[in-house]
Design a protein around this ligand. Structure first.
Ligand code: ADP
Ligand code: MG
Length: 234
């Protein structure tokens, strides 16, 4: 099994060296748990260390806001965009059309993208008009149907695109739609809890197909160079 390294300090060894290549991983957590930072770091390292082109699609933030967040950690996305190694695409939620999901997949293919981030899958699914997945009935069912259709379309991209799909959750859930955690190949969950200790965020690998993944809870630190995943004991 080929592994796609995130390059995030302390993380890759938890999943036998990286994400299984070509698979679809859900990154879930409540607001402020550092999902966006994790995803930016995954793309930045991919482009700068592993020669893998990346596409970041955000329905939550503008390109400029993502780039300046990234710059705080020294990640120069402007440079990478000029070199055609990454693309950051911001689509306001109210501009999502029936064809948006399809267009993302086409763009990933066209740009030879190896790492795809969707921030967030929750926003895309809630705002996609139902005809994409050929249902026009109940909203809840159509969101679930959207998930199956979209994940299948992602799997159909040949050439091994590894996808990181961000899931915006409320406390106690892995996704709002309650199906994406079953369909995706892996789940990373980040939790936020302030107990007066050194770290407020902890990461758990909840699932990773074809991988003997670590099962501990790991403190996550946001350092000036990006995320660092610590050992359980610390
Ligand atoms: N440069 C930084 N140094 C330390 N912590 C930061 C820095 N930038 C952002 N953060 C923390 O990260 C949080 C946002 O992370 P983000 O990835 O946007 O969260 P999410 O996408 O899960 O909502 C902020 O609320 C703040 O606590
Ligand atoms: Mg975010």
């Amino acid at each position: 099994m080929d592994r796609v390294k995130t390059g995030i300090k302390g993380f890759d060894k938890l999943v036998e060296g990286g994400f299984p290549k070509g698979k679809i991983v859900l990154l879930s957590g409540t607001p402020g748990t550092s999902k966006t930072i994790f995803a930016l770091q995954f793309l930045y390292n991919g482009a700068t260390q592993f020669n893998e082109n990346g596409l970041y699609v955000s329905f939550e933030e503008r390109e400029q806001s993502l780039k300046s967040q990234a710059l705080q950690f020294g990640w120069e996305f402007d440079k990478l965009e000029k070199a055609n190694k990454v693309k950051i695409l911001s689509i306001p939620a109210n501009s999502i059309k029936e064809t948006t999901a399809f267009e993302i997949i086409s763009l990933a293919k066209k740009n030879s993208v190896k790492r795809l981030v969707i921030d967030s899958l929750s926003t895309l699914s809630i705002n996609t008009p139902t005809t994409y997945s050929k249902v026009t009935d109940l909203t809840e069912i159509s969101i679930k149907r959207f998930m199956y259709t979209f994940i299948n379309d992602l799997r159909d991209i040949r050439d091994g695109v590894t996808s990181l799909l961000i899931s915006q959750t409320v406390e106690g859930q892995l996704s709002r739609d309650t199906v994406s955690e079953f369909i995706c190949d892996g789940i990373i969950h980040i939790n936020y809890e302030t107990l007066g200790g050194k770290y407020s965020r902890t990461l758990t690998i909840r699932k990773m197909r074809e991988t003997k993944n670590d099962e501990d809870v790991h403190p996550v630190e946001i350092t000036p160079r990006g995320l660092v995943v610590h050992k359980f004991e610390e």
